[in-house]
Design a protein around this ligand. Structure first.
Ligand SMILES: [Zn+2]
Length: 171
């Protein structure tokens, strides 16, 4: 079994621009995110991005194509394989993969024989915390984006992925 790191994309890797994400030029990765991913990889953590994602947009804008461009941009920078898993379903569909459901995490766990109890979720939302708890991820860390409503949580809180990773990997 292997250990893994899970995180969303928005708030962890980048901040969503006010006007939305329309092309690759709108994607600005947060400082030290790539080094943080590489430190996790070097410490033996399989890298996984799990996120609820919109489907193709009205007006013919090809959002899925943009999402894949972003994936490839990140893959080129990260030494280890990095896996991206999305729920593209509308919330009314009641699928089992839309966070806070655990479907995306459980599917990766089965595919790669991940030991979730030894794994980490870097959460930026209550949905990600709940999914991680329900899936049995052993370490749940919060990344503060200033937006999440998690005042009742006493899980460890860091201001950025790199702050959290440095602390965890040195500890
Ligand atoms: Zn889904």
């Amino acid at each position: 079994m292997i250990k893994a790191a899970f995180m969303g994309r928005n708030g962890t890797l980048h901040n969503m621009p006010k006007a939305g994400l329309l092309n690759l030029a709108d994607f600005h990765i947060l400082p030290d995110t790539i080094p943080a991913l590489n430190i996790l990889g070097m410490n033996g953590y399989m890298l996984n991005i799990v996120t609820n994602e919109k489907g193709p947009q009205p007006g013919g804008h090809d959002y899925l194509n943009l999402v894949h461009q972003i994936e490839n941009w990140i893959r080129d920078m990260v030494y280890r394989p990095i896996f991206f898993r999305y729920c593209h379903h509308h919330h009314a569909k009641k699928c089992d993969c839309r966070l806070p459901k655990t479907g995306l995490i459980k599917a990766l766990q089965k595919e790669h024989d991940i030991d979730l109890s030894e794994s980490i979720m870097f959460a930026t939302s209550v949905q990600e915390i709940k999914a991680a708890e329900d899936a049995g991820i052993g370490n749940i860390i919060r990344i503060n984006t200033g937006k999440a409503d998690w005042k009742d949580s006493d899980l460890p809180l860091y201001n950025s992925l790199i702050d959290a990773v440095k602390e965890l990997m040195n500890g």
